[in-house]
Design a protein around this ligand. Structure first.
Ligand SMILES: NC(=O)c1ccc[n+]([C@@H]2O[C@H](COP(=O)([O-])OP(=O)(O)OC[C@H]3O[C@@H](n4cnc5c(N)ncnc54)[C@H](OP(=O)(O)O)[C@@H]3O)[C@@H](O)[C@H]2O)c1
Length: 317
């Protein structure tokens, strides 16, 4: 039994061998099969995320595993079921076993655990970006930056399924080769010119490139939904676009979405997304998997630019 914890904000994680797995009445205990290292985990460790660590803090925002025990008030039918663990940044999935409130897991059909481990955050983010901001119809164009990311891969797959057209922007030719959108462009000084006449209903902004390169393609009254800040800099709408064109800007945050979405709707969305993982519609590239004991190499691998996919822990391996 082992798990990774953060002993100090900005410090290195440490592997803890024996830890308390006492079940509260409403808890379940989950044996974790796979859990990704997301950019948010790395920001969290530095104290730069929307949830601030309460050290020593468990690590790992999401993952999948099997329920091995349930508290006296928790749904006992979950025992033996495959579940995904929803992000709380309190209950850590970088662990061979974790105790978590039953309300923070969703039972899902069996499918590839590596893909299911990445279901709670990025596919839900992509789903919410497409459904919760602008009403889109088949044939509409949407813009997407940081398009080769996990969020991007999921969004492109869901958009294709809904009959939408995606103009995707990435920062390298090698990333472009892995992105299967209707138009794929590599960032550059002449990006705005290369976008040409395409009119976007909405831009899903990952934080780069600078919005000024994409805004000319956004229709009047269009919306920018910012979901990430890959450069650390804020992206804002210039006054002329605000005043003369009524362009709007919104923001997405998965923790707020999980907290504010009614349980029945969460279960409905995750069940739909899990079925799309099972049938291969949603599939995110994987760079490597590591046992928990190799956490230093895993974190280094996850932190490098130009990865070709996600890095995950497989704690039972
Ligand atoms: N708002 C929310 O609730 C929410 C939910 C999910 C994810 N996110 C955010 O969305 C982003 C993508 O997450 P993910 O898990 O999908 O990521 P991921 O699969 O791990 O990929 C990271 C992406 O960030 C790109 N990137 C990193 N630094 C960059 C920079 N300086 N300029 C341009 N691109 C850069 C990478 O490009 P290369 O491949 O070229 O290196 C890659 O496309 C992250 O910033 C994450 O925090 C936010």
């Amino acid at each position: 039994m082992s798990r990774l914890i953060l002993p100090a904000v900005g410090g290195d994680p440490v592997l803890e061998k024996d830890y308390d797995l006492t079940l509260g009445d409403d808890d379940v205990r989950v044996a974790i099969d796979a859990a990704p290292i997301n950019p948010a985990d790395q920001l969290f460790m530095l104290g730069w995320f929307g949830v601030y660590p309460k050290v020593p803090n468990q690590l790992g925002a999401e993952g999948t595993g099997r329920v091995v025990a349930a508290g006296s008030q928790a749904d006992r039918s979950l025992v033996g079921r495959r579940v995904i663990v929803l992000p709380t940044f309190v209950h850590g999935t970088w662990a061979s076993e974790v105790v978590v409130p039953a309300a923070k897991v969703v039972a899902v059909p069996d499918a590839d655990p590596i893909q299911l481990a990445m279901l709670a955050v990025n596919p839900a983010t992509a789903y919410a970006l497409l459904h919760d901001y602008v009403t889109l119809r088949p044939g509409d164009w949407v813009g997407l930056t940081v398009a080769n990311s996990g969020v991007g891969q999921n969004l492109i797959a869901l958009a294709k399924r809904a009959g939408l057209k995606v103009l995707a922007v990435v920062r390298s030719e090698s990333a472009a080769a892995r992105v299967h959108a209707d138009i794929v462009l590599v960032d550059g000084d002449d990006l705005a010119a290369r976008i040409g006449e395409t009119k976007l209903r909405v831009i899903y902004d990952g934080g780069a490139p600078d919005l000024s390169k994409l805004l000319p393609a956004l229709e009047n009254g269009g919306t920018v939904v910012s979901f990430s800040a890959v450069t650390g800099e804020s992206q804002t709408i210039p006054y002329p676009d605000l005043f003369y064109r009524d362009v709007r800007q919104r923001g997405f945050y998965i923790i707020r979405w999980v907290e504010q979405t009614p349980r029945a709707e969460l279960v409905r969305v995750y069940t739909e997304l899990a079925s799309l993982v099972a049938d291969g519609t949603l599939k995110v590239d994987v760079e490597a998997t590591y046992p928990l004991s190799a956490y230093r190499e895993a974190l280094q691998d996850a932190g490098k630019d130009g990865r070709t996919g996600k890095v995950l822990f497989t704690p039972q391996a």
